[in-house]
Design a protein around this ligand. Structure first.
Ligand SMILES: [Zn+2]
Length: 98
């Protein structure tokens, strides 16, 4: 699959103006990236830390938390492109607060 790949959406109260919604994606050759202001200035943040820790526990692959059921058809659609996958995560993935 082509990168960047959206993996996790976070709802964060800790930035001003908050709350903010940030996304951690996986980018080939770069690793994880985040859309939060902290990552923009330092290249690291608690969201990326969270995702990499979970991925490490899971043998290197982030275990996508799903909060709403999906069908095989929706899953097949999600694997067609990074955009489709992102839509799938926004619809079915669990939003973490961090
Ligand atoms: Zn972040």
């Amino acid at each position: 699959m082509v990168s960047p790949q959206t993996l996790q959406v976070f709802l964060s109260q800790s930035y001003n103006p908050g709350p903010g919604i940030y996304e951690v994606s996986s980018v080939k050759s770069k690793g994880y990236v985040c859309t939060c202001p902290g990552f923009a200035s330092t290249n690291k943040c608690k969201h990326v830390k969270y995702v990499s820790a979970k991925a490490k526990e899971n043998g290197g692959k982030y275990p996508l938390p799903i909060s709403r059921p999906y069908t095989d058809v929706e899953l097949a659609q999600a694997n067609k492109s990074p955009e489709d996958f992102r839509k799938f995560i926004l619809l079915h993935g669990r939003i973490e607060t961090c």
